[in-house]
Design a protein. Structure first.
Length: 143
């Protein structure tokens, strides 16, 4: 039995060497002609970072809110664009709505205004959010 095992092993080694050495390597072909640049797109982006002070949060029967004047939020943005809001936590930016457990920070928009709300879904109201930094990115349609 020992002899047949050695023979099998001796036959398998060349096969394995051949199989492993016959890998095909991709070689890059000639570089093609450069393409044309892309168009300007159909949205323009504006971005602003601001900090809401602790004294700016109003207690509204169980949740805290603040309103920020934002002239970039036009009727065109509301109907055809987009508003993205991010909250800074430590050194990272988190998109709204943001929730941890049953406490939530979320936003809504109207013409010229960004509304920020901080609330607890269940139970007693949360304590004031304190000083919070936000980044707002507005995508407006190109006219």
């Amino acid at each position: 039995m020992r002899n047949s095992t050695i023979k099998t092993l001796l036959l398998a080694i060349p096969f394995l060497l051949f199989a492993l050495s016959s890998c095909k390597k991709d070689v890059a072909g000639p570089k093609g002609d450069p393409g044309t640049n892309g168009g300007t797109g159909n949205l323009k982006k504006s971005e602003r970072t601001f900090t809401v002070q602790a004294s700016s949060w109003m207690n509204n029967w169980g949740f805290y809110s603040t309103n920020v004047y934002f002239p970039e939020i036009t009727n065109d943005v509301i109907t055809k664009g987009e508003v993205k809001v991010y909250m800074q936590i430590g050194t990272q930016w988190w998109s709204l709505p943001y929730a941890v457990g049953d406490i939530m920070m979320h936003q809504s928009i109207e013409l010229d205004y960004l509304h920020l709300n901080y609330s607890r879904i269940h139970g007693v109201p949360p304590s004031s959010p304190g000083v919070v930094t936000f980044r707002v990115v507005v995508f407006a349609p190109v006219n």
